[in-house]
Write a protein that binds this ligand. Structure first.
Ligand code: SF4
Ligand code: SF4
Length: 66
């Protein structure tokens, strides 16, 4: 999962959704919080984390097996 959102911190501004260059995220109409709609399209650029004004978005990197 590319980003994990702390719903207690999130203010539902949708900035992460707007700024994501891959259109990975969308707002859940019920909770008014972002969800990973196309999580396999995330390339871990970090824009959503950087742009979040309240530090609610965190990256979750996949586990690499070598
Ligand atoms: S890390 Fe980049 S591509 Fe992935 S959800 Fe965030 S802004 Fe979009
Ligand atoms: S930018 Fe941060 S506060 Fe705004 S919707 Fe995304 S996670 Fe929530």
């Amino acid at each position: 999962m590319p980003i994990k959102v702390d719903v207690k911190k999130c203010i539902g501004c949708s900035r992460c959704v707007r700024e994501c260059p891959g259109d990975v995220l969308c707002m859940d109409p019920k909770t008014k919080r972002p969800i990973n709609k196309y999580k396999n399209d995330c390339w871990y650029c970090g824009v959503c984390v950087i742009e979040c004004p309240v530090g609610a978005a965190e990256m979750e990197f996949p586990i690499l097996i070598v």
